[in-house]
Design a protein around this ligand. Structure first.
Ligand SMILES: [Zn+2]
Ligand SMILES: [Zn+2]
Length: 239
């Protein structure tokens, strides 16, 4: 057992976690109880590529996932990444946890969100874990990169190297929601740079929330351009 796992276990047995929703004892070593865990807005798998819900298929989610359906949007314009794995939908209480973690620096919620991802999703083990980077001005303002915090929990748990200085955001963001998909792609061109070649590496790209997928797609394109064989996107929540 590694030292940090031992410390972790001692900590949990000395201070058993309490549910962040109802304060009942936590379940699975998490700060969410069994009932609240079952009530979380878990993401229903849809499109094999982007994870988006497929119209009229919510009742047969498992069957849809098995059939490898791809949505019309991914068929028309394949994104830069190979697949999205999402744990939760961006709904109550997850949306509030993400905001408190991101904007108020409530780091234990970030850790909880990463643990929920690992509890729900069993992703194929990649060669590298890379967080979606923030522009340095934004990083200075916020004090931390939320994606890097999430990625570091995942990397430690899975025993996969976390590489934080590989992918950089060279330009500050543009407001995505006001743009059409085609303009979004154009606006994202050259925003991300990869600092060294990737020798056919399989990369897991970590982010907190996937909305349009334009950012993840632009990161994935940059990583593939640098030689990545595969880019899978791991997100806590699918908006
Ligand atoms: Zn609870
Ligand atoms: Zn899709």
């Amino acid at each position: 057992m590694k030292v940090y796992q031992w410390i972790d276990r001692c900590w949990v047995s000395a201070f058993p976690p309490r549910c962040v929703v109802c304060h009942a004892p936590g379940s699975e070593g998490l700060s969410v109880c069994r009932d609240c865990l079952a009530d979380l807005p878990w993401h229903v798998p849809g499109c094999r590529v982007c994870g988006d819900a497929l119209p009229g298929t919510t009742m047969r989610a498992e069957a849809v996932a098995q059939k490898n359906h791809v949505c019309g949007r991914c068929l028309r314009t394949p994104p830069g990444f190979d697949q999205v794995t999402a744990a939760l939908a961006f709904a109550t209480p997850v949306d509030g946890w993400v905001r408190r973690f991101k904007y108020s620096g409530t780091l234990y919620l970030g850790r909880l969100l990463s643990e929920l991802f690992l509890l729900r999703c069993v992703p194929a083990i990649p060669d590298l874990i890379v967080p979606v980077p923030l522009h340095r001005d934004r990083l200075k303002l916020r004090g931390f990169n939320q994606s890097a915090e999430l990625a570091s929990v995942m990397a430690r748990r899975l025993g996969v190297p976390l590489v934080q200085d590989l992918l950089v955001r060279a330009q500050a963001g543009v407001p995505q929601s006001t743009l059409l998909a085609r303009d979004r792609r154009r606006a994202m061109r050259g925003v991300f740079q990869v600092k060294r070649p990737l020798d056919r590496a399989r990369v897991a790209l970590v982010d907190d929330v996937l909305t349009t997928g334009a950012t993840a797609s632009a990161c994935a394109r940059a990583l593939k351009h640098a030689g990545a064989a595969e880019v899978r996107v791991w997100v806590i929540s699918r908006a």
